[in-house]
Design a protein around this ligand. Structure first.
Ligand SMILES: [Cu+2]
Length: 222
Protein backbone atom coordinates (compact mmCIF):
# COMPACT_ATOMS: atom_id res chain seq x y z
CA UNK A 1 0.00 0.00 0.00
CA UNK A 2 2.83 2.34 0.89
CA UNK A 3 4.41 1.70 -2.53
CA UNK A 4 1.11 2.38 -4.23
CA UNK A 5 0.84 5.78 -2.54
CA UNK A 6 4.42 6.53 -3.52
CA UNK A 7 3.67 5.55 -7.10
CA UNK A 8 0.69 7.90 -7.27
CA UNK A 9 2.80 10.64 -5.70
CA UNK A 10 5.56 10.24 -8.30
CA UNK A 11 3.05 10.04 -11.15
CA UNK A 12 1.56 13.32 -9.92
CA UNK A 13 4.96 14.99 -10.02
CA UNK A 14 5.94 13.69 -13.45
CA UNK A 15 2.70 14.74 -15.14
CA UNK A 16 2.60 18.14 -13.49
CA UNK A 17 -0.83 19.75 -13.46
CA UNK A 18 -3.47 17.07 -13.84
CA UNK A 19 -6.31 18.52 -15.88
CA UNK A 20 -9.72 16.91 -15.78
CA UNK A 21 -10.87 15.41 -19.05
CA UNK A 22 -14.02 16.20 -20.92
CA UNK A 23 -15.23 17.72 -24.12
CA UNK A 24 -17.83 20.25 -23.09
CA UNK A 25 -19.03 23.24 -25.04
CA UNK A 26 -20.35 26.62 -23.99
CA UNK A 27 -22.15 28.68 -26.61
CA UNK A 28 -24.64 31.51 -26.89
CA UNK A 29 -24.96 35.16 -27.77
CA UNK A 30 -23.99 38.56 -26.47
CA UNK A 31 -26.45 41.27 -27.45
CA UNK A 32 -25.07 44.75 -27.73
CA UNK A 33 -26.84 48.10 -28.11
CA UNK A 34 -25.37 49.15 -31.46
CA UNK A 35 -26.43 52.75 -31.28
CA UNK A 36 -25.05 53.42 -27.82
CA UNK A 37 -21.49 54.10 -28.79
CA UNK A 38 -20.17 56.61 -31.27
CA UNK A 39 -16.73 56.06 -32.72
CA UNK A 40 -14.42 58.99 -32.13
CA UNK A 41 -13.25 60.42 -35.41
CA UNK A 42 -9.90 61.96 -36.15
CA UNK A 43 -8.88 63.86 -39.24
CA UNK A 44 -5.76 64.32 -41.31
CA UNK A 45 -4.39 64.18 -44.82
CA UNK A 46 -2.66 61.43 -46.73
CA UNK A 47 0.45 62.15 -48.82
CA UNK A 48 -1.67 62.54 -51.96
CA UNK A 49 -3.76 65.23 -50.29
CA UNK A 50 -6.88 63.15 -49.79
CA UNK A 51 -8.68 63.55 -46.50
CA UNK A 52 -8.17 60.72 -44.06
CA UNK A 53 -10.81 60.05 -41.45
CA UNK A 54 -11.28 57.42 -38.81
CA UNK A 55 -11.36 53.88 -40.13
CA UNK A 56 -14.72 52.29 -40.91
CA UNK A 57 -13.12 48.88 -40.53
CA UNK A 58 -15.52 46.57 -38.64
CA UNK A 59 -12.72 45.62 -36.25
CA UNK A 60 -12.77 49.19 -34.96
CA UNK A 61 -16.39 48.87 -33.85
CA UNK A 62 -17.14 47.91 -30.24
CA UNK A 63 -19.60 45.17 -31.29
CA UNK A 64 -16.75 43.26 -32.97
CA UNK A 65 -14.57 43.62 -29.90
CA UNK A 66 -16.55 41.66 -27.33
CA UNK A 67 -14.52 38.84 -25.81
CA UNK A 68 -15.96 35.83 -23.95
CA UNK A 69 -13.57 33.92 -21.68
CA UNK A 70 -13.84 30.92 -19.36
CA UNK A 71 -11.61 30.84 -16.27
CA UNK A 72 -11.28 27.42 -14.57
CA UNK A 73 -12.05 27.54 -10.83
CA UNK A 74 -11.91 23.84 -9.91
CA UNK A 75 -8.66 22.96 -11.70
CA UNK A 76 -5.51 24.62 -12.96
CA UNK A 77 -4.81 25.04 -16.62
CA UNK A 78 -1.52 25.55 -18.42
CA UNK A 79 -1.46 28.85 -20.28
CA UNK A 80 0.98 29.17 -23.17
CA UNK A 81 1.97 32.36 -25.01
CA UNK A 82 0.25 32.82 -28.37
CA UNK A 83 1.94 33.21 -31.72
CA UNK A 84 1.15 35.80 -34.37
CA UNK A 85 -0.56 38.31 -32.10
CA UNK A 86 -0.59 41.77 -33.67
CA UNK A 87 -2.28 45.14 -33.62
CA UNK A 88 -2.26 47.44 -36.63
CA UNK A 89 -2.48 51.23 -36.62
CA UNK A 90 -4.45 52.15 -39.73
CA UNK A 91 -6.41 55.31 -40.55
CA UNK A 92 -5.61 56.58 -37.07
CA UNK A 93 -7.28 53.54 -35.54
CA UNK A 94 -6.12 50.54 -33.56
CA UNK A 95 -7.21 47.34 -35.38
CA UNK A 96 -8.55 45.36 -33.70
CA UNK A 97 -9.76 47.74 -31.01
CA UNK A 98 -9.45 44.94 -28.44
CA UNK A 99 -6.88 42.15 -28.77
CA UNK A 100 -7.27 39.15 -26.43
CA UNK A 101 -4.01 37.32 -25.68
CA UNK A 102 -2.68 34.88 -23.12
CA UNK A 103 -0.21 36.20 -20.56
CA UNK A 104 3.37 36.04 -21.85
CA UNK A 105 2.39 36.62 -25.48
CA UNK A 106 4.51 38.93 -27.61
CA UNK A 107 2.30 41.43 -29.45
CA UNK A 108 3.63 42.99 -32.67
CA UNK A 109 2.61 46.59 -33.38
CA UNK A 110 2.41 47.59 -37.03
CA UNK A 111 1.99 51.07 -38.52
CA UNK A 112 0.12 50.83 -41.85
CA UNK A 113 -0.54 54.55 -42.28
CA UNK A 114 1.60 56.90 -44.35
CA UNK A 115 2.69 58.90 -41.32
CA UNK A 116 4.20 58.40 -37.88
CA UNK A 117 2.41 56.79 -34.95
CA UNK A 118 3.37 56.14 -31.37
CA UNK A 119 2.07 53.55 -28.88
CA UNK A 120 2.35 53.89 -25.15
CA UNK A 121 0.71 52.30 -22.13
CA UNK A 122 0.47 53.76 -18.63
CA UNK A 123 -1.17 50.61 -17.23
CA UNK A 124 0.60 49.61 -13.98
CA UNK A 125 2.66 46.43 -14.49
CA UNK A 126 2.73 46.99 -18.25
CA UNK A 127 4.12 50.46 -18.85
CA UNK A 128 5.90 50.95 -22.15
CA UNK A 129 6.47 53.46 -24.91
CA UNK A 130 7.63 52.34 -28.35
CA UNK A 131 8.49 55.89 -29.47
CA UNK A 132 7.32 57.61 -32.64
CA UNK A 133 7.67 55.19 -35.48
CA UNK A 134 7.31 55.44 -39.28
CA UNK A 135 5.29 52.89 -41.29
CA UNK A 136 6.99 49.55 -41.63
CA UNK A 137 8.71 47.18 -39.27
CA UNK A 138 6.52 45.52 -36.65
CA UNK A 139 7.56 46.40 -33.09
CA UNK A 140 7.33 43.60 -30.48
CA UNK A 141 6.24 44.03 -26.85
CA UNK A 142 5.84 41.07 -24.49
CA UNK A 143 2.76 41.22 -22.25
CA UNK A 144 3.82 40.03 -18.81
CA UNK A 145 0.73 40.66 -16.71
CA UNK A 146 -2.92 39.73 -16.95
CA UNK A 147 -5.81 42.17 -17.19
CA UNK A 148 -6.60 45.18 -19.32
CA UNK A 149 -3.77 47.15 -20.87
CA UNK A 150 -4.75 50.46 -22.41
CA UNK A 151 -2.98 51.63 -25.57
CA UNK A 152 -2.68 55.27 -26.68
CA UNK A 153 -0.84 57.27 -29.33
CA UNK A 154 0.83 60.52 -28.25
CA UNK A 155 0.44 61.99 -31.76
CA UNK A 156 -3.31 61.23 -32.13
CA UNK A 157 -5.01 61.56 -28.72
CA UNK A 158 -8.36 60.20 -30.03
CA UNK A 159 -6.75 56.80 -30.70
CA UNK A 160 -7.36 54.16 -28.07
CA UNK A 161 -6.96 50.40 -28.02
CA UNK A 162 -6.91 47.60 -25.46
CA UNK A 163 -5.00 44.39 -24.92
CA UNK A 164 -6.98 41.91 -22.83
CA UNK A 165 -4.36 39.63 -21.27
CA UNK A 166 -5.88 36.39 -19.97
CA UNK A 167 -4.89 33.58 -17.59
CA UNK A 168 -6.85 31.02 -19.62
CA UNK A 169 -6.63 29.43 -23.08
CA UNK A 170 -10.46 29.30 -23.30
CA UNK A 171 -11.70 32.49 -24.93
CA UNK A 172 -13.23 33.77 -28.14
CA UNK A 173 -14.20 37.00 -29.89
CA UNK A 174 -17.94 37.07 -30.63
CA UNK A 175 -18.82 37.06 -34.33
CA UNK A 176 -20.65 39.82 -36.20
CA UNK A 177 -24.01 38.26 -35.18
CA UNK A 178 -23.00 38.35 -31.51
CA UNK A 179 -22.50 34.59 -31.32
CA UNK A 180 -19.72 32.64 -29.63
CA UNK A 181 -18.83 28.97 -29.14
CA UNK A 182 -16.01 27.67 -26.94
CA UNK A 183 -15.28 23.96 -27.34
CA UNK A 184 -13.01 21.22 -25.89
CA UNK A 185 -13.63 22.34 -22.32
CA UNK A 186 -12.62 19.98 -19.48
CA UNK A 187 -15.19 19.12 -16.78
CA UNK A 188 -15.28 21.61 -13.94
CA UNK A 189 -16.33 24.94 -12.56
CA UNK A 190 -15.58 28.14 -14.40
CA UNK A 191 -16.03 31.86 -14.07
CA UNK A 192 -17.37 33.19 -17.36
CA UNK A 193 -16.42 36.73 -18.27
CA UNK A 194 -17.71 38.91 -21.06
CA UNK A 195 -15.52 41.90 -21.77
CA UNK A 196 -16.74 44.75 -23.93
CA UNK A 197 -15.35 48.23 -24.61
CA UNK A 198 -14.54 50.18 -22.65
CA UNK A 199 -13.35 48.28 -19.61
CA UNK A 200 -16.63 46.73 -18.54
CA UNK A 201 -16.83 43.06 -17.56
CA UNK A 202 -19.82 40.83 -16.80
CA UNK A 203 -19.15 37.72 -14.72
CA UNK A 204 -21.11 34.49 -14.21
CA UNK A 205 -20.26 31.17 -12.54
CA UNK A 206 -20.98 27.94 -14.42
CA UNK A 207 -20.33 24.23 -14.08
CA UNK A 208 -20.04 21.76 -16.96
CA UNK A 209 -19.38 18.03 -17.25
CA UNK A 210 -20.05 14.84 -19.24
CA UNK A 211 -19.82 16.39 -22.70
CA UNK A 212 -22.39 19.04 -21.91
CA UNK A 213 -23.53 21.69 -24.42
CA UNK A 214 -24.31 24.68 -22.22
CA UNK A 215 -26.11 27.71 -23.62
CA UNK A 216 -25.44 31.10 -22.03
CA UNK A 217 -26.75 34.46 -23.18
CA UNK A 218 -25.57 37.88 -22.12
CA UNK A 219 -27.06 41.29 -22.63
CA UNK A 220 -25.00 44.44 -22.55
CA UNK A 221 -27.02 47.46 -21.49
CA UNK A 222 -26.19 50.95 -22.64
CU1 LIG B 1 -1.06 57.90 -34.03
Amino acid sequence: MRYLILLFFLAGISFGIAQPSGNNQVFGTVSYPHSSKKIKRGSGYNKDGTRMMHSDDPMAHPSNNIIVSLHPQSFEVEVKPMRDASITQKEQTFLPKVLPVTKGTTVYFLNEDEFFHNIYSLTPGSRFNIGRRPPGNPYPIQIKRTGLITLSCDIHPHMSGTILSLDTPYFERVDSEGRYKITSLPDGKYEMRVYYPDEKIQRRNIQINNGQLLEQHFEIKP
